[in-house]
Design a protein around this ligand. Structure first.
Ligand code: GLV
Ligand code: MN
Ligand code: MN
Length: 407
């Protein structure tokens, strides 16, 4: 019999999903915004109800600590984490499910007077998505000690830096080093799969083996803004036509290296006008692979193609690196623990890798990490239609509960 209270967990998912809700049902909670702040307050209140002591660290992570037995408070904690920021018009489950399920697991320990051998912390990490500043996992980087000073100087579309956004929320950029947690026994993250593998296998949950590393580039193409009517085709230096050819090349290169995914998700045409030949264009490229060497190869091919196309079209190209995260593997012993927890709960233990990035990545070289995936309907994510069924959420929560007990 499960001790997890599924209805309470589902209610919390719906409640959190109303914060930052868009007219079509999507959720927009970009980092350091009012919606994100309200979500943080809601989650902090849930942590307290679940028997945790809460705190906010210098970057703005919400931390709940569950340690009933004071004599073990010095032991290295197990951390269960994920994020509650979203992409623009995203879904209710990406990140939120991991945080809320972790809180439900703790509440279950609390209500059933379950004594644990070490403190457990739940962390709702700041800005995992990276949409606003072009660099993600800010909160988990701070806790794992991988946040660098230049990351605090990254700017959003309005020219506001991470440090300035932090100050607006009364956080302390100068104290960021204090967010690091030196000794962590294990890091666990439950997340929606955001892909179609579990659905294809007809399974509710899976054990994550590794996570593809995102490399984010920002490509700026300089051409010449000229009159659209008066400039003959062969004399143009059209930055947008050049960028278009580069995008097709990026797609072709990704198609040619098995397992590679590459996405141009954002494009800005400077001083755009219907009768103006585009003089400057900036676009992003998100490139991922679970194998480092394959991503390196794709990166090399993409940069070469950008140069070749720019030269041919008399354009000037500049590639800036926004973030580079190495692919990681999860810990073999924790995978085994999750495997056994799945079997104990009556589910097949199926292994799969993650195409999406997760806060867990930041801890891969700091402590043993493990991840549990919950089936996503139609594999859809970063979309208001994102959905995981109550039965699958229950399966994930039971497995997380048993995994923590076993650890
Ligand atoms: C986060 O969702 C990412 O993988 O970009
Ligand atoms: Mn996520
Ligand atoms: Mn996401």
């Amino acid at each position: 019999m499960s001790l997890i209270q599924l209805n309470r967990l589902l209610r919390h998912i719906e409640q959190l999903g109303t914060i930052g809700q868009m007219p079509d049902g999507g959720v927009s909670r970009l980092s350091f915004t009012d919606a994100e702040h309200e979500a943080n307050q809601f989650v902090q209140m849930l942590m307290q109800q679940a028997g945790m002591e809460t705190s906010i660290d210098p970057i703005g992570n919400i931390i709940g600590t569950y340690c009933k037995d004071r004599s073990i408070s010095h032991e290295a904690p197990i951390i269960m984490g994920s994020h509650i920021d979203t992409v623009p018009n995203g879904g209710k489950y990406d990140g939120a499910l991991g945080v809320l399920t972790a809180i439900e697991v703790i509440q279950t320990f609390h209500e059933n007077d379950i004594t644990l051998a070490r403190p457990i912390q739940v962390i709702a990490f700041k800005d995992e998505e990276g949409v606003r500043f072009g660099v993600g996992m800010l909160g988990s980087r701070a806790v794992a000690g991988t946040l660098t000073a230049p990351m605090l100087e990254a700017v959003d579309a309005q020219g506001i830096t991470v440090a300035q956004a932090m100050e607006k929320q009364h956080l302390q950029p100068a104290n960021i080093h204090l967010a690091k947690i030196d000794s962590i026994y294990a890091y666990l993250e439950l997340h929606i799969e955001q892909g179609r593998v579990l659905e294809t296998e007809n399974l509710p949950v899976g054990v994550v083996t590794g996570i593809a590393g995102p490399l984010w580039l920002e490509v700026t193409i300089h051409g010449l803004a000229e009159h659209a009517g008066a400039t003959p085709m062969q004399l143009r230096q059209d930055a947008l036509a050049g960028a278009a050819e580069m995008m097709v090349a990026i797609e072709r290169i990704a198609n040619g290296i098995d397992g590679t995914v590459a996405t141009v998700g954002k494009i800005v045409v400077e001083n755009a006008g219907v009768n103006v030949i585009p003089g400057q264009v900036t676009f992003t490229c998100d490139l991922r692979h679970v194998i480092q060497e394959s991503r390196d190869l794709a990166e090399h091919e993409i940069k070469k193609a950008i140069c070749t196309i720019a030269t041919k079209r008399h354009l000037y190209s500049c590639v800036k690196e926004l973030q580079r995260v190495k692919p990681v593997t999860t810990d073999a012993a924790i995978m085994q623990t999750i495997h056994q927890a799945m079997e104990k709960c009556g589910y097949d233990a199926f292994y799969l890798s993650s195409g999406a990035g997760h806060d867990a990545m930041q801890f891969a070289h700091h402590c043993p990490i493990g991840m549990i995936f919950v089936r996503s309907k139609d594999g859809v994510s970063h979309n208001p239609l994102e959905y995981s069924s109550p039965a699958d959420i229950k399966a994930g929560a039971q497995v997380l509960f048993e995994t923590i007990l076993a650890l």
